[in-house]
Design a binder for this molecule. Sequence first.
Ligand code: AMP
Length: 222
Amino acid sequence: MRLILIGPPGSGKGTQAKLLAERLALAHISTGDILREAIDTGTPAGKKAAPFMTQGRLVPDEVVNEIISDRFKRPDRPERFVMDGYPRTSAQAAAFDGILKQNHLPLDAVLILLVNIDELVRRITGRWNCPKCKASFHVPDRPPRLAGICDDCGTKLVQRNDDQESTFRERERIYEANLKELESFYDRQGLARRVAGTGQITTIFQTIIQALPRANQPVAHS
Ligand code: AMP
């Protein structure tokens, strides 16, 4: 199965993409994670991306398109995947379309998570991440067992600097500005499916599974 997950910052798309990847055995491709790693390791792409990311702005299309194009040129290119945070603009969607066509990998669905802005602010300002193993937590929704410490590897948790409220609002504004074109791009291909992104993580996950094309839904185990 080949999926794209689209949603505003704080909509839980990273969490849902991880669940989809585990449950459906898909590669989880997050441009946000790839870019943060590129910044940490000081690669040329990371150096180009850093000033945009700290301001909550989009990294230029050509930088992210090249990262994704390289990923699909590798011998271990993914055949079944969930894209998390890419494409984000219509130019990226068009570039990705070309990459997928070249590789004969048609998409199965594009899932769009819907969450209202007040809920997004509440979620994003409570978000804590593990810089080592990338686990994410939320206070008060999903707090770590020990305050400020990762449950999985014991590392001190941090807040992303683009999760400050003012930076978040800028990211949300940019998301909305690009959404219409992205939606119509995938509506024209009959791939877009809108999913309510509020409620428990497991409930949202079930709603996503139900929105998948029938033939791709996992078989329920008794
Ligand atoms: P995310 O982890 O998906 O929220 O992404 C964090 C930040 O990385 C975004 O605010 C952008 O600055 C940058 N970023 C991630 N994916 C993209 C993309 N597809 N296009 C442009 N910038 C991106």
